[in-house]
Design a protein around this ligand. Sequence first.
Ligand code: ZN
Ligand code: ZN
Ligand code: FE
Length: 757
Amino acid sequence: MTISGTVQGVGFRPFVYNLAVRLGITGHVANTSEGVLVEVQGKPAVLSLFLEMILTGHPLLAHPKIMTNNPVKVILEENDFVIQHSQTGSDKKALITPDATVCEECLQELNDPTDRRYRYPFINCTHCGPRFTIISDVPYDRPNTTMRPFQMCDKCQGEYDNPADRRFHAQPNACSVCGPHLWLTDTNGKQIETTDPVKMAIDWLEQGNIVAIKGLGGFHLAVRADSDQAVGALRERKYRKAKSFAVMVRDIDAAMKLARVDPVARELLLSVGRPVVLCPGVDNEVLSDLVAPTSRYVGIMLPYTPLHVLLMAGNYPALVMTSGNNSDEPIECSNEGALEKLGAIADGYLMHNRDIYTSCDDSVVKTFQQAPQMIRRARGFVPAALGIDRKSQGDILAVGAELKNTVTFVKGPQAFVSQHIGDLGNATTYESFLRTVEKLGALTGARPRIIACDMHPSMLSTRFAQSYEGVRLIKVQHHHAHIAAVMGEYNLPGPVVGIVADGVGYGTDQTVWGCEAMAVWPERFERKGYLQQIPMPGGDAASRQPWRMAVSYLVDAYGLEKGVALGCELLKHIDPKQIEAVGMMIGRGVNSPLTSSLGRLFDGVSALLGVCMENSYEAQGAIELENRVDLDETLAYPIEIAEREKCKVILLPPVIDALVKDINAGIPAGKIAGRFHNFIIGALEQMALSIADELSTDCVALSGGVFQNDLILSRMTQALKNKGLLPYFSRKLPVNDGGISYGQAVVADAIAAKTAI
Ligand code: ZN
Ligand code: ZN
Ligand code: FE
């Protein structure tokens, strides 16, 4: 029998071994590059029981798939069952599991003073511990992991060799005698003398220091979450003004003191992947207001390594645990890198000598309509494969978008979406992109014959794709990829109605698209409608400074002179000279590319209402605007749609005019925000209805960063359902650009199948 799927590093061979011994059958089991090979002999009834037990009684982390099951010749002299050494083949099909949180049995040992691993921070077994972040190649055997330098002591080796043991072939198996260890350093990397680094790190944290702590996928910057002074210092040193920090708490009870934890969120918090779970915050005496100053949510996670469990014993109710990086750079995962990059932030370091081969941020998930929805997919989820309904032959590499970049390798019917990489504009993030392509490529054994990228000519990922030799290059429009990602996840054949509510994406007309209504097939799309385009004065600067967009909407609605005058009146915190300068840019068309971005419209409205003038993090204006919405407001700003070159265009001047009148009439911001949200939903719904009619379909795929706005997504899906349509949106991948690489792969596969060369 060859068994594929997730069968390596999850205690699968010991499970098979124990099962065989229990049933009294003989034969062998071995890891191969394709998965696991099992050969057994026994009475037919026992063998079929064996087969059934493999499929139903397997270990928690395993997902076995029986690929072949053929009779072989009986070996008469065979009288036992053995685990054989790993074989390496040419075709890698075995799946590596994501990193898993420490299991209950290991926790018991960790807390048992009589156990030889009492308080050992690297305790693990075949059911738990590091996987993806420490492995460099398949099969998953110790020499292919960063545990390679550690020679097991006799006791550990005994466990490793004993088929009845929980640590039988547990590749990262270790103890304090033979395994990795912790130490503390100051900011210069000078080791600090102590017999108990954990205890001392706890002391540091209790005193309000910022400690860089090496975890599973990289360094965290940790600080006690109940101290304004401590959290404030972290914000200042990390140059992070307002974006929320995630916190780690001891257990689920502690989480429930900070936020409303619904049953789905509870399950996510306790899941083996242990993501950060966004939960609606509640009034509490615990967290400093500086933890999440602009969000209704608190990002919470539970300890997921033995080290975290030990650290959470400190006298603090929660720790801020944020990625150890400088803003926009990838998370640091090496001791040297952390010392070099985090020295100006951390007061000290808690390090260890188990190397992290692949860095991985914490994943972020939330509950939406009683089911999990991914926001950032990384540790604990990657490299689990997503399905893809293949139409073409050969492997595919899709290199993703510029922001929130991920890459995807497709091999057979499986898509391997990488961990969140980040924004490629940053040079070190681009290096991380290159490393990820290399490492995930090696791990999956994919040999791409097709490479998919964005249409934007100057994107680094596009240039990378163009430089890749000996493959077919397929360029995919950003918003086509957004919708294709939804189609891939739900296996929708198309055509579907695609409604994209997004920040920016390069359009086929070389302008910046962002709010599109499209008819979408996997291999092509037709743009059917969009939000009226307006200038983005200063280009990217307009994304950081929502007030620039506010001026642009005013100028569009009222003309240059009156628009600028109104801007000076409404945007009270902005220097009128700056507003005039921006007006001039728009008037002369200098550095003011056109955009139909919905993200920018949210920004502009947010600035007009005085809610947010500057985005210190992406979409801050939109998030703060959503938070203001008066949920009882039922009025909506006027929806006017014009016909331009066979496209329906949602016009903005009527909206801006009504909104300005409301501001001047003293209507509360909450009501105005409500009317604006209702307008967006109404306009998108109208677009969706007319395209659905034209295509004779009831499938509507929703995608784009704006749909991270719960209010928009929930009201939009409700509105569509009320009209008898079926709304779909990504859940396993983010609705934002994190899903683009998967969508590109879906499109490239379809195009390749239609036009083989
Ligand atoms: Zn364990
Ligand atoms: Zn040992
Ligand atoms: Fe996008």
